[in-house]
Design a protein around this ligand. Sequence first.
Ligand code: ACM
Ligand code: ZN
Length: 765
Amino acid sequence: MKYLLIVFFFPAFLFAQKKQINIIPVPVSLQQTEGAFIINEQTQIEFSTQSKQLQSAANFLRNTIHEISGLSLPINKKAKQKIQLALIKDAAIGEEGYQLIVSTNAIHIKANTPAGIIYGMQTLLQTLPAVRTNAKLTVPCMQVTDYPRFKWRGMHLDVSRHFFGPNVIKQYLDLLATYKFNTFHWHLVDDQGWRIEIKKYPALTNTGAWRVDQTNLVWGSRPQAKEVEAPTYGGYYTQAQIKEIIAYAAERNISVVPEIEMPGHVASAIASYPFLSCTQQSQLPLTGGNYTNMASNYCAGNDSVFHFLEDVLTEVIQLFPSKYIHIGGDEVDKTSWKKCAKCQQRIRKENLKDEDELQSYFIKRIEKFVTSKKRKIIGWDEILEGGLAPDATVMSWRGEAGGIAAAKMKHDVVMTPGNPVYFDHYQGDPASEPIAIGGFNTLKKVYDYEPLPKELSETEAKYVLGAQANLWTEYVTTPKQVEYMVLPRMLALSEVLWSPTKMKDWVGFNERLQQHFKGFDQRGLNYSKGNFKVDIKPILKEGKLYAILSTEAYKGQVYYTTNGDQPSIKSYLYESPVEINSSVTIKAATVVNSELKSVVPAEQQFALHKAIGKKVNYTHPISRYYMADGPNSLTDGIKGTTAINKFWHGIAAKDLIATVDLEEEKNIQLLSLGCLQNYNDWIMMPEWVKFEVSLDGIHFTLVETVANTVSTNDKTAQIKNFTASFSSMKARFVRVTAKVLDQLPKGHSGEGKPAWIFADEFIVE
Ligand code: ACM
Ligand code: ZN
């Protein structure tokens, strides 16, 4: 009754308004016209019986409409109005494209293939309610022509670190289907669990799928399990379940690519069959990230290992119709091969140069087998090391360099760089997010991603099949958390992969996204409401330092303070770059609809000093992964915080030696270098920091060497300023040397290996 009253008083013009269409990914072309088609009891689904292939599509549509309305639409029966599915020939829309034409008395979905029909239906379904409703099923009249930009539109899920049952996988596939992804990369094997039933080797799942439950401990700090503890945590998919999932995916035009890791990341297989490792000693499946003394590689010198893998792959290939079989190949610690007589014998016998070539031998031998079964291998970019297998497709995850190299070698490539498409990384301010593995891949970063690197020519770029987001699950332990990590970032990626570049529009995407959020709310899906962290960036303009404050939150505004107070809606509203004319701390927060959104304000110290904007010359180049804002980051007036990927310059295994030209002789009395220690990320304080000055840039005088006082075992992220103050002296050039810690301490996961130095800012006063 109440509802009726409200409707009654609604102004009439609202009803005349066109219903907004909010399709994600945005179609190539969509023209909305007057009127609407109402799906009701008089609607049937029709397809030509000549195209039997459409039966499954018709069933899918009928079932989905039934779920949201209770209607059971007849198929191929006489009825007043119809939803017609038809196969046509139209080269312009390609393999997966479609036309969707909605008029007041018919809906036509036309495509060259059933795949295209499925995508046309997905677009249609996006105009309907997300959950069961008694409301009319109104589809606005429109004409859509649509087809994807990329062939490989992938989402990955790691089910080894945490096992997710078949129903969770089906829900995940539903999300992929809604947003027109066509590839599900299923990471079925890793150190902490083997998840696929292999009939010939039952111990893989009887033993390898179960580990001692240490979910109460943080991943990286879990001790190795003991024999007396019961392995209760895990699970696996039977072959029958896998078949059902593959069929479920196929109905949605999703190809399921199984990943059978090798030769590393296989402690679970070794726990099941110790003969697979170099030492052949028995061990338990790993419980987390503590790998010390555990075997995790197959022995590359033992032919029985290859026979085992051929048996496993034979069953995998029988199960999975996918053209691609993912064979892993990443992060192989080759020390066990260095110590193994059989592996060394193989190196000699096959005339291999080293262990990198041994890995290449391993992958090539497996490729030969997979190719003999008429399938193709795909592997992580480490398969480039020691020589790429002849027909391998490369999945570039350590940035895009591997993908670029492979494309230049005329190999197919799938781009999946950690930044920005690792969805196990934070998407909002870590201060307000559930614990994640690190990194910061916000919705906007994903939206702005361009899978075709500038380094590739037009011909080379054709080898880039597409891109994929990966969800590793060390820190993702529940289905709700899976939803949270992919929603809404996978929607942004869907638009990157499907829509033409010229249609991309961040503001428009956010507007459409609001409707999808409503659907998530109705369906009880857990999703991130956005990144509310204000980004504070320095810029130098005509010798003056400014701060640019920005938020990527939809309809977000930025409020800030410069006096140390917490920002609120009573603080300054940010409108244009803030000039910095003294050493200050800016604190800033995002406000949406007058509501303060930042749980912890962004905070940035600015230091006004004599080297600001001055050129820095590095003796050893800075890592290209840690360039901060470019070569002047050390002298940009902005001090690094413990959020590592922002303002720091990083360098691994070498001393950081930086010389600054002050452009004229200046009186100076203080030199200081800020450094970061972040034990878990292998970033350690330098052993000491040395400051030198010079008048001519050739002859340098030592000012002071400042020793480190932070313990190498201190695991708290912290910044130390190495500072020398002295009585005023004249200098034109100043040089700082930070001595790298050559060996990470005992007990560290990188024990004995050199550390990283992270430095910022080099202050001259
Ligand atoms: C990977 O993230 N190790 C492929
Ligand atoms: Zn070996």
